[in-house]
Design a protein around this ligand. Structure first.
Ligand code: GUN
Ligand code: FE
Length: 420
C-alpha cells in the first residue's frame, strides 16, 4: 500500500478530463483505490511518495510498434509503404536471425521504452522465435507491460525473411509453449504480418492456433492504396480487406484484435470493425511518413469504435506517444482543411483519452486513475517550459504533450511498480 501525492490528470471518457489537485491517491495491490485531500487517520502509517507540484498522468499506451525496426528509424522517409518495406524494413528484420545482433538492438529499444512515458505496448517482433523470446525477456526485466508477437510471414518477402508454412506454424506453437507461464507482465499475441505476407494455408493454421491457445491478434488493415489493391487481387472472393482476416476468424469477436492504420476503410469495413469490437491503432506519424493518408478518427469515435494510438516505429520515427498525440491533432486538422468535411478535428480531451484509456482498454482496466484501474503512471515536471503559475492544469497538460521529452519524466509506475 502506498499514498501517491501530486496533481493528477486523467480521462473519464473522450470528452471529460478529471483533475485532482494536490491530492493523495491510495494505491493498493497495484491498483488505484481512492483520492484524499488529507491523509485520513486510518492511513497515517502508510508510506507517502510526495511529488509536490508535479503533474501525474496515466502511463501512455503504444498500441502498434515494430521493435526490430527501432534501429533504423528515421530512414527512407521519402518512400511509400511497399517500397519502404522492401528497401528498409525487411532488410533490417532479416538480421534478427543473429541473436547477438538481436540482443544489442533489442536492449537499446527496451532501455529507451523504459525511459519514455509509455507503460504498455503491443509489439511486432520478427519471424524469429528465439529473438522474439529474448525481446520478451528484456521487456519483463525492465518492468514494462506488453503484448509481443512472433511475426508470421510465408510469402512476398525476400528469401532471408520468409518461413515455410509448416515452419511458421511449428515455430509459433513452440514459441507459445516455451513462453507459457514464463512472465508476469508479457503476453503473446498472434501476429500475421498483413494479408500479402500470409498464404491462405498459413492463415488457416493461424486460425487453428488461435482456437487452440485463445490469444489475441494484431495486424495491419487498409493502410495504403497500393496495399489495398494488392489484397483485393489476392482475395477476389472478399468484399474488403477486413473480410480477408474475418474469413479465418482473426478479426475480433471472441478474439481481442488490434488493427493498425485503418486509413482507407470503406463503410462496410468500419461497420465490421465496430460489430466485431476490433480496436484501431491510429498511427498518424507513420501515415504521414509513408504517404498513407489520414484516418477518419472522428468518424470512428462517433460510431463508437475503440481507438488507441501507435508509434508504428519505424513507419513512425518517434517512440513518443506525446508526439503521436500532437500528430493526431495536427493531421486531423489537415484532414478537415483538405477534404472540406466538417467535424474532423480531434480535441485535447480526445487525444488524451486515445493515448491513455482508449488504448489501455485493450489491456483491461488500464489508462485511468478511477477506482480499480491498474496504477500505470508518469510523473512529469514541467518547470523547464517556463513559469506555469498562470496556466490551468489542462493548459499545462497540453504543453506537456507538445513540449516534453524524457527529461521531464520524474518517475514512472507500471501496475503499481516503480520502474524509473
Ligand atoms: N504492413 C506490413 N508490414 C508493415 C510494417 O512493417 N510497417 C507498416 N507501417 N506497415 C506494414
Ligand atoms: Fe506497422
Amino acid at each position: 500500500m502506498k499514498l501517491i501525492k501530486g496533481n493528477f490528470i486523467y480521462s473519464i471518457d473522450k470528452d471529460n478530463i478529471e483533475i485532482k489537485e494536490n491530492q493523495y491517491l491510495l494505491v493498493k495491490n497495484g491498483k488505484a483505490e481512492e483520492f484524499y485531500s488529507e491523509v485520513p487517520e486510518k492511513l497515517k502509517d502508510v508510506e507517502v511518495e510526495d511529488y509536490k507540484e508535479n503533474i501525474i498522468i496515466p502511463g501512455l499506451v503504444d498500441l502498434h510498434i515494430h521493435a526490430p525496426q527501432y534501429a533504423f528509424r528515421g530512414m527512407g522517409m521519402d518512400m511509400q509503404l511497399l517500397d519502404w518495406l522492401n528497401t528498409y524494413a525487411f532488410r533490417e528484420e532479416g538480421k534478427y536471425s543473429d541473436l547477438e545482433y538481436a540482443k544489442k538492438q533489442y536492449s537499446k529499444f527496451v532501455e529507451d521504452v523504459k525511459n519514455s512515458a509509455t507503460t504498455r505496448l503491443s509489439i511486432f517482433a520478427t519471424l524469429h522465435k528465439d529473438a522474439t523470446i529474448m525481446l520478451m525477456d528484456l521487456l519483463e526485466e525492465a518492468g514494462i507491460n506488453a503484448y509481443v508477437g512472433k511475426v508470421n510471414m510465408d510469402r512476398n518477402s525476400p528469401e532471408f525473411l520468409t518461413e515455410g508454412m509448416m515452419e511458421s506454424k511449428e515455430a509459433t506453437i513452440e514459441w507459445l509453449e516455451q513462453t507459457k507461464d514464463r512472465y508476469k507482465n508479457i503476453k503473446p499475441i498472434l501476429t500475421p504480418r498483413f494479408i500479402p505476407s500470409c498464404t491462405d494455408d498459413l492463415m488457416q493454421e493461424i486460425e487453428y492456433i488461435n482456437q487452440t491457445y485463445n490469444i489475441p491478434v494484431q495486424s495491419h488493415l487498409s493502410e495504403n492504396q497500393s496495399e489495398i489493391e494488392w489484397v483485393a487481387q489476392l482475395h477476389p472472393d472478399t468484399n474488403n480487406y477486413a473480410e480477408a482476416y474475418d474469413k479465418y476468424n482473426l478479426f475480433g469477436k471472441e478474439n481481442k484484435t488490434i488493427m493498425a492504420h485503418c486509413v482507407h476503410c470503406p463503410d462496410e469495413e468500419l461497420d465490421l470493425i465496430k460489430r466485431n469490437n476490433v480496436i484501431v491503432a491510429h498511427c498518424p506519424q507513420s501515415n504521414t511518413n509513408l504517404t498513407s493518408g489520414i484516418a477518419p478518427i472522428k468518424k470512428m469515435l462517433a460510431m463508437g469504435i475503440d481507438v488507441g494510438l501507435g508509434s508504428d516505429i519505424a513507419g513512425g520515427s518517434s517512440l513518443s506517444i506525446f508526439r503521436a498525440m500532437s500528430d493526431a491533432v495536427q493531421v486531423s486538422k489537415l484532414r478537415e482543411a483538405m477534404t472540406g468535411e466538417a467535424d474532423q478535428i480531434l480535441t485535447l480531451s480526445e487525444v488524451f483519452f486515445l493515448a491513455t484509456k482508449g488504448g489501455g482498454n485493450f489491456f483491461g482496466n488500464v489508462g485511468s486513475f478511477e477506482q480499480g484501474y491498474e496504477f500505470d503512471a508518469v510523473v512529469l515536471n514541467d518547470e523547464s517550459f517556463g513559469d506555469n503559475s498562470n496556466f490551468t492544469f489542462k493548459e499545462r497538460l497540453e504543453r506537456i504533450i507538445y513540449l516534453s521529452d524524457d527529461r521531464n519524466i520524474v518517475a514512472k509506475y507500471v501496475a503499481g511498480n516503480k520502474v524509473i
